[in-house]
Ligand binder design. Sequence first.
Ligand SMILES: [Zn+2]
Length: 133
Amino acid sequence: MSAPIVWRFKESKQRLVGGRCDSCGRAFYPLTYGCPYCGARSVKEFVLPREGKIVSYSIVYSTTDAARFETPIVLALVDLGVARVIAEITDIDPSEVSEDMKVEAVLRKVREEGESGVIVYALKFRPLLVDGD
Ligand SMILES: [Zn+2]
């Protein structure tokens, strides 16, 4: 559900790379080998906007994922304009989350995998900071 993705260390942590379908033109996240909308096989990397707004959300009070320590977790459907993604909302008290709230993507390190140098990040969103913060 939280869509962990693997980035090589040298790659930028700031770009939100999803995919776009050559056939139907829709964008999606995460990048997959087939289009989730029309099933076409021809998809290309596509850099998604990092800012969007919450369409809807739910608060999860328990999880079976032993890697997590903090609950509750806020899972939200975030509209990025060209695509919608489901991700965890972070850096906020769950009681303060609301629909239409503006958020921005952040990639949070989940774990490192030893000598391979692979670092696993999970996409999350946090409230968009207001100018002058
Ligand atoms: Zn498609």
